[in-house]
Design a protein around this ligand. Structure first.
Ligand code: CP
Ligand code: NVA
Length: 304
């Protein structure tokens, strides 16, 4: 049987995603109750990082250990991947020795090529185009605070980047409406927008996006790999900040999320992390639980 991969949210059905999130919430409760679990005993996850990470690395590594397995950190600097060994050759070899592979890289095509040659499940842990693991944690967090997100309005404030693209996929999979507020020239991918024009509205002002919204989300103005554009982006995005004034035009009980790392004074005001609607720490912790559920799904084909 061909391996299941998780390169975007579209690699799972809505029903699978919902079961996975239920399972992730159960794992969260068990973890907090001090219950141990060894479902992935003797299993190995290879983690290839071509970009920096705190949350993704710690959550995958801790998650594998907590489930009885191990995770192996591989950087291009120390492997032959960084010296030009073809991606497909690396995929054949690595996947012949481990149970799953997680990759954080630049071009989305890299994870697609790796997956096409891999005999084991491949997980996209962020590319320039998508960040589906973060969406698992975000959707789990919303459900844990507010129940189903079906029919809700979500406001994305800022860059039409990898996170925004995954929010567009999530809007389709979880049945909510996404308002995207971004400056001209920083819109999400036009093909993705076209494919989901019934679910996504692009507006110019954060207020138009946030009005009545149930969830406000943002991300850094300059993503990894865009360091040279920092100054130009600071100018373009200066009016695109989530702050208490913007929260006040949203629904009364609106939540605030950010995948982190956050830049206080840029995409959020200094006081947003502690705003009553902020669930950012819960969201960050859920990376652990959502990915443990994902690992069990991909490696063991189980969702409970
Ligand atoms: N949100 C997220 O993916 O964080 P890291 O870059 O620290 O992994
Ligand atoms: N858009 C950000 C997300 C970081 C988790 C980046 O790609 O750097």
């Amino acid at each position: 049987m061909a391996a299941r991969h998780f390169l975007t949210l579209n690699d799972m059905t809505t029903s699978e995603l919902e079961q996975l999130l239920d399972h992730a919430s159960r794992l969260r409760k068990e973890w907090h109750a001090g219950k141990t679990r060894d479902s992935l005993k003797n299993r190995v996850l290879a983690m290839i990082f071509e970009k920096s990470s705190t949350r993704t690395r710690v959550s995958f590594e801790a998650g594998m250990t907590q489930l009885g397995g191990t995770a192996m950190f591989l950087s291009p600097r120390d492997t032959q991947l960084g010296r030009g060994e073809p991606i497909e050759d690396s995929a054949i070899v690595i996947s012949s020795m481990v149970d799953a592979v997680m990759i954080r890289t630049f071009a989305h095509e890299t994870v697609e090529r790796f997956a096409s040659a891999s005999s084991k499940p491949v997980i996209n842990a962020l590319t320039d185009e998508f960040h589906p693991c973060q969406l698992l944690a975000d959707m789990q967090t919303y459900r844990e605070h507010r129940g189903s997100i079906r029919g809700a309005t979500v406001a994305w404030i800022g860059d039409g980047n990898n996170m925004c693209h995954s929010y567009i996929n999530a809007a389709a999979q979880f049945d909510f409406h996404l308002n995207v507020a971004c400056p001209e020239g920083y819109e999400p991918d036009s093909n993705l927008l076209k494919a989901h024009s019934d679910r996504v509205t692009v507006v110019r002002t954060p207020e138009d996006a946030a009005k009545g919204a149930n969830l406000l989300v943002t991300d850094v103005w300059a993503s990894m790999g865009q360091e040279d554009e920092q100054k130009a982006r600071e100018r373009a995005f200066q009016d695109y900040q989530i702050n208490p004034a913007l929260m006040s035009v949203a629904a009364k009980d609106a939540l605030f999320m950010h995948c982190l790392p956050a830049h206080r004074g840029e995409e959020i005001s200094a006081d947003m992390m502690e705003h009553p609607g902020s669930v950012v720490w819960h969201e960050a912790e859920n990376r652990l639980h959502a990915q443990k559920a994902l690992l069990e799904f991909l490696i063991l084909n189980r969702l409970d």
